[in-house]
Every structure is written in structure tokens, then in C-alpha cells.
Write a protein that binds this ligand. Structure first.
Ligand code: NDP
Length: 280
């Protein structure tokens, strides 16, 4: 019997994680199977318990269960503890261990795939939800000059910044408080465009040669990336690379080996009908 893994979410049918992990397993020769599992909104803990009882070795967790997965974890990595959110569970010797690979995936996509080193850069992170919380510690670990966090609910951004103030130069506030500032990297970690909204951002946010990065992805440029190009971002990148890299990080945790990501990323882009990073 192959070792069993799954991704839990609600909804989950759209998830690309089974295809990504199947490609990793094929490339590395690891004997595993990985499926997408829908959990009821009030049934996450029960779904995990059932999966463990059926021999599950590990799980990825997506919207809306990352905080519940954090609470369910009996042992947490430092990065998951700081994030207050878990996207990767490992079941071993009767224990549930929680980690968060989103930030490592983002950093690897930026630094390795996009050749955008973060040391000394001025970074703006838009959003203070689960995705934003998962990336703050790994971003600060790269030694940026500063990290500003801006969110619709400004208090959430301030709290997130305060919780990581010991790790670097980080501050939080509202979108309006960004007026007059400029950044080398602007990361969209909001879900505003899912509901058709644009963010009320001031002009002049992008410094020369700045990169706009949207954690969202889809066919072609996302609404945020389209806006970023008109607002002066020299480069734009979507979040498909982050998706593949966070999966590779989870695979490494579970199997002890890191799969090559470039072929899988190429394959996913081909399936989406975009052969390269979209330019707006
Ligand atoms: P959450 O629901 O936890 O957080 C949503 C965030 O978006 C909050 O900061 C919220 O602000 C903000 N927001 C929502 N609607 C609006 C709006 N209309 N105007 C302004 N701000 C808004 O979601 P996640 O953090 O889990 O996910 C955020 C995005 O990141 C999603 O698009 C998700 O698909 C993507 N993502 C991509 C990953 C990848 O691998 N590429 C991994 C993880 C996430 P407020 O606090 O005020 O409500």
C-alpha cells in the first residue's frame, strides 16, 4: 500500500495539490498517493481523525481550516507558531505535528525562481489574513530593509507587525497610511479580487525596478497585477510558483527529499494556457 496523503479544504474541487504531489512522487520515485478531501465547515477535526485512523501519513490544509489545524496540532514548528496557522500536518507515532510552508514557498519563488533577493529591500505586504501571517517570519528572515503590512482592518496589520517586531524593522497600518512611501516589492496577500474589489492604494507605491507579486493566480494577469503595471511596477509575478514551492516544502517534510519544481511549474502553466509568468 502506498503512503497516504491528502489536502483538506472547503471548497476543494479546484485544488491543484493532488496533481502537484503526483508529479513530485513520479519524479522522485516515492510510493505515495495524495487526494483532495472535502471537509464539512464544522467537521475538520473529525475528517482528520478519520484520515489518521485510515492510515493517513500527512495532510495539507487550505481555506478555511488553517487556524483550526493550528489548534489541532500537538507540536508546532517555530514558523507555524508565529503564523498562528498551519498548512502542513504530519501524523507520526500518535502525534499531530503542524508546520506552515507558505512563507518558505513564497521566499523560494521570489529568490530562486524570480531571481529577486530580499536582503536590503523595502517590502510592502497587503493583507493580514492567514496567507499574510504565514509569510511574515520567512520574509523577515531574509533581512529586508523594512517590511510594511497594510490591511483593510488596520488593527490586524498593526497586531501582526507587533507580534514580529523582535525579528526586524516591521510596521503595520491602513492602506491610507502608505501615502508618500515607495517599495521595491509589493505582495498582494488579500482576497479582494475574489469579490471583484480593487484595493484603495495611493499612487507612487512602486520604486524603480519594483516587483509586484500576487499570491493569486489564474489564466493571465490577475486584477492586482493589471493594476500594478499601470501603477508603475516594472515586473509582475503571480502566485503559481509559491503554490508549487510550498508543496515541495511539504513533500520535503514528509519524505525527506526536495523534488525539482521547475518541470511541475511549467506543466501547470501549460494547463492554465500561459506558458510564462503573465505580464499585465
Ligand atoms: P483570509 O480570508 O485569511 O484573508 C483575506 C485577506 O484579504 C484579509 O487581509 C482581508 O482583510 C483582505 N480582504 C478581503 N476582502 C477584501 C476587500 N474587499 N478589500 C480589501 N481587503 C480585503 O485569506 P488568505 O489570507 O488565506 O488568502 C488570501 C489570498 O492569498 C487568497 O487569494 C488566496 O488564494 C491566496 N493564497 C495563495 C497561496 C499560494 O500558494 N499562491 C497560498 C495561500 C493563499 P480584512 O482583515 O480587513 O478582512
Amino acid at each position: 500500500m502506498p503512503d497516504r496523503y491528502a489536502v483538506f479544504g472547503n471548497p476543494i474541487a479546484h485544488s491543484r495539490s493532488p496533481a502537484i504531489h503526483a508529479a513530485f512522487a513520479a519524479a522522485t520515485g516515492e510510493d505515495l498517493c495524495y487526494e483532495a478531501r472535502l471537509a464539512a465547515v464544522d467537521g475538520f477535526a473529525a475528517a482528520i481523525a478519520e484520515f489518521i485512523a485510515a492510515g493517513g501519513c500527512g495532510a495539507n490544509v487550505t481555506v478555511p481550516f488553517k487556524e483550526e489545524a493550528f489548534r489541532l496540532s500537538q507540536r508546532l514548528s517555530e514558523r507555524a507558531a508565529r503564523a498562528g496557522a498551519v498548512n502542513t500536518l504530519t501524523f507520526s507515532k500518535g502525534e499531530i505535528a503542524g508546520d506552515n510552508t507558505d512563507g518558505a514557498g513564497l521566499v523560494r519563488d521570489l529568490v530562486d525562481n524570480l531571481a529577486f533577493p530580499l536582503a536590503g529591500r523595502r517590502i510592502l505586504l497587503l493583507g493580514a489574513g492567514g496567507a499574510a501571517r504565514g509569510v511574515v517570519v520567512p520574509l523577515l528572515a531574509e533581512g529586508p530593509a523594512s517590511l510594511d503590512i497594510a490591511n483593510r482592518s488596520a488593527d490586524k496589520a498593526r497586531q501582526l507587525a507587533a507580534a514580529c517586531a523582535d525579528l526586524g524593522c516591521v510596521q503595520g497600518g491602513s492602506f491610507g497610511e502608505l501615502a508618500g512611501k515607495s517599495f521595491d516589492l509589493v505582495i498582494n496577500a488579500t482576497s479582494a479580487s475574489l469579490v471583484g474589489d480593487t484595493l484603495p492604494l495611493p499612487a507612487g507605491l512602486f520604486a524603480a525596478k519594483a516587483l509586484a507579486y500576487d499570491m493569486m493566480y489564474g489564466q493571465g494577469a490577475t486584477p492586482f497585477l493589471q493594476w500594478a503595471k499601470t501603477a508603475g511596477a516594472a515586473r509582475q509575478a503571480d502566485g503559481l510558483g509559491m503554490l508549487v514551492e510550498q508543496a515541495a516544502e511539504a513533500f520535503l517534510l514528509w519524505r525527506g527529499r526536495r523534488p525539482a519544481t521547475a518541470p511541475v511549474l511549467r506543466q501547470l502553466r501549460a494547463e492554465l494556457g500561459v506558458s510564462r509568468q503573465p505580464t499585465a
